[in-house]
Structures are given as C-alpha cells and as structure tokens.
Design a protein around this ligand. Structure first.
Ligand code: ADA
Ligand code: CA
Ligand code: CA
Length: 313
C-alpha cells in the first residue's frame, strides 16, 4: 500500500511504540588536545605537534581545503610521534593538515587544529641586490638562493659597508651570502637565523645591533678576516649546529662595552687559522655557556675579564 494510503492511526501506533532500551555508556571526557604547526619547504611541509593527554594511536591527514570532509589519511604513526614531513607536494598549493589522536582511556579519536602551509620551490639561483633586504617581523625564506651584493661594500675590513639583511624581530632561513659579504646581517630585537651560509664573511657575518634574543641555528661561515659575530647590544645569543672556518674570533662583544650578554654555544665546530680566540668580551657581567664544542687552531678559547664568566651546560 502506498504510504499516502496508510491510515493515520497505523502511523500513530508505530510512532507510539516503546523505544528500544539503550545501555548507557560510561561517559569519558575528552582530555586530549593536539596542537599542530605546519612549516612549508620545497615540495614538502614539516609538521610538528604537541599532545596533552594520553593517546594510543595517531594519524596524519591532508587536504587542499580547510574542511576535513574528503581529506586523505597520509600516515598512521606510533602514539609517540611528534613530527612528520609530508612530501611529494605541489609548490604553490596550500595544504591543510590534521593530526588525529586516539584517547587511551576510551579509544575515541580527536582532531588537532587544521594547520596550513604552502610549499614553494627553490629558486636555487642567484639574487643580485644593490640595497639591504629589510625584514620586519615574519619569515624570509630564501629556499637556498645565493645572494650577491653590488655597490654595498667590498667585503674587506672597512666599517662603512651596508648589511645584506636588516632583520627586526624576524626569521631568516635558507640563504647563501656570497662574496662580497659586506656587513653581513644586522639584527634588532628577537631574531632567528636558520641554515644561513656565509661563503666568505665580509667585515663581519652578523651584528646584534638592537637588544634581543638572537639564535643562529645551522649553517656555516668561512673566511672571516676578523669577527664572525659582533655583539653591539645586550643579547641572549645562541649559536648551535654551526661551523666556522678561518676567523679571527667567532664572537666579540663590542670592545669596551659593559652591557650584559648571555652567550650559548651548542654543538658547534670552529676551525681556526692561528685565530685569536672563540669569544671575547670586556664586560664583567657577560656569561658564556658551551657544550659539544669542537675546535682547532685557536690561540685561546676565551678572552674574558674572569674565567668565572665561562661555564659548560
Ligand atoms: C669594530 C668597531 C666598532 C663597530 C664594530 C662593528 O669593533 O670598532 O665601532 O663598528 O666593529 O659593529 O663591526
Ligand atoms: Ca667591525
Ligand atoms: Ca661590522
């Protein structure tokens, strides 16, 4: 009988039937929060996340829009994984990622935030500049570009050369600075320098011009006639996973200054060439901490007012 011919009372009887008994589940509260960040590379995106709460499984999902419906699972990882690199991506396309975590107490899955990133290709080429590249906040990722300065200094020891980069509270990564290195990189405020290669240091490689926390991570510097890193303002200055070859000194707090610098050297290799020292300061309140440091051909390690200003960590 077509539905429209079913007498009304039959429908009413059906709708009045006693509902089936449902065994109530013990409710378990969500106590897992996964916070995901995505960083673009060349044809790839690096994912890093933190998990609060106890989980027993973890999956990575990808999509090209922020709506999770239709997304693809790209990996099932162990519950302890906290990073993953998504590869084989198209440069110029924005990808969205999620981490799905399974809560240990009840095996319920929860999503992280959606984190997006747009991979971009390596120019791998050369960029000729005639003025300082200024970066105010944010990230300048050179994707391996080699920068050649023209008319900004000859890379000798003259003090009036222009910097290649002026960074203000910014991150600089994946750049090669070719000769002439001029006055290198100037930093103001909190700056991060990742995977920067100074092929032939000019007057110096990097100067802390305005106070802040400055971290140089990865990369290398070669052939500094005198200084690699010049500290002209109070700073927490960290050099890690870095190699310097042929220099006068790796780190110099501006001569005669008394402000405080806290210097950290972590996992670095310094190959000198009858070099004066690794670090020098005239300030009594500056402290240097180092670990995993390899060096050769340096006359002294430190020139500090007191040896009590140096420690390992
Ligand atoms: C030398 C010079 C300073 C300053 C410094 C630098 O120490 O005496 O005045 O120019 O170099 O920042 O390179
Ligand atoms: Ca100088
Ligand atoms: Ca300088």
């Amino acid at each position: 009988m077509p539905l429209y011919l079913v007498p009304l009372f039959t429908l009413m009887v059906v709708s009045c039937e006693k509902p089936e008994e449902i065994t109530p589940k013990t409710p378990v509260l969500k106590s897992v929060t996964t916070t995901l960040t995505a960083t673009a590379g060349n044809g790839q995106v690096s994912l890093n996340w933190t998990v609060s709460g106890s989980i027993n499984a973890l999956e990575v999902y990808r999509d090209t829009d922020s709506n999770p419906s239709g997304r693809t699972r790209i990996a099932s990882l162990s519950a302890g994984a906290r990073s993953y690199t998504a590869t084989g991506l198209s440069n110029g396309t924005t990808y969205y990622f999620w981490i799905k975590t399974r809560q240990s107490s009840d095996n319920v899955w929860y999503n992280s935030n959606a984190a997006s990133a747009t991979p971009s290709g390596s120019s791998g080429g050369t960029l000729t500049i005639t003025k300082t590249i200024e970066v105010n906040g944010g990230v300048y990722d050179g994707h391996g570009v080699r920068i050649i300065a023209q008319g900004m200094g000859d890379g000798g020891q003259s003090e009036n050369q222009k910097p290649i980069f002026k960074l203000t509270n910014a991150t600089l990564r994946n750049v090669r600075i070719a000769a002439p290195g001029c006055d290198g990189i100037h930093t103001y405020g909190n700056c991060t320098i990742e995977n920067v290669v100074w092929e032939d240091v000019g007057e110096d490689a990097l100067t802390v011009k305005g106070s802040g926390t400055v971290t140089v991570s990865g990369g290398s510097a070669t052939n500094a006639a005198d200084k690699v890193f010049q500290l002209n303002a109070a700073t927490t200055f960290t050099v890690r996973n870095f190699t310097a070859t042929n220099f006068g000194k790796v780190i110099r707090q501006n001569g005669g200054t008394t402000f405080t610098c806290n210097i950290y050297i972590d996992n670095c290799t310094f190959n000198g060439n009858s070099s004066e020292c690794i670090a020098r300061t005239d300030s009594h309140t500056t402290h240097l901490y180092y670990r995993n440091m390899r060096y050769s051909n340096v006359d002294q390690l430190w020139i500090f007012p007191s040896s009590s200003q140096i420690s390992t960590y």
